[in-house]
Design a binder for this molecule. Structure first.
Ligand code: SF4
Ligand code: SF4
Length: 110
């Protein structure tokens, strides 16, 4: 059976492999911190500071599928009607052009 966030013991093994933590060097951006927020039932836009690369899940000694859990938390945020600016911009770009990334004046050739 798939493990849940309850089985995270906050060991922080995931922090060592997370590219976001490596780049930002902040505990508050780390997977361990995200796991703690999820255990506390808190929704936070910090869940968008994650590339869903799955490195945390692969490294987790407790086999917690943290990347999938973070994705589920994002779905909860969207269902509450909160859309981070970058996501709103990407959605608008897709609606207008069919592409997620669009710079003014840039012509994309499919
Ligand atoms: S998700 Fe896994 S590796 Fe990360 S803190 Fe929890 S138990 Fe440790
Ligand atoms: S899935 Fe997200 S939290 Fe996990 S290692 Fe990758 S960027 Fe970090």
């Amino acid at each position: 059976m798939q493990k849940t966030i309850k089985e995270c013991n906050l060991c922080s093994a995931c922090n060592d492999v997370c590219p976001v933590t490596t780049a930002l060097k902040r505990e508050t951006s780390s997977p361990r911190h995200k796991a703690k927020l999820i255990q506390e039932g808190k929704l936070a836009l910090i869940f968008y500071q994650c590339s869903l690369c799955k490195a945390c899940s692969d490294a987790c000694p407790s086999k917690v599928p943290l990347d999938a859990i973070i994705q589920q938390e994002r779905e909860k945020i969207i269902k509450k009607g909160v859309v981070p600016n970058a996501v709103a911009e990407m959605r608008e770009n897709i609606r207008k052009t069919g592409f997620p990334l669009r710079k003014e004046g840039l012509v994309l050739v499919a």
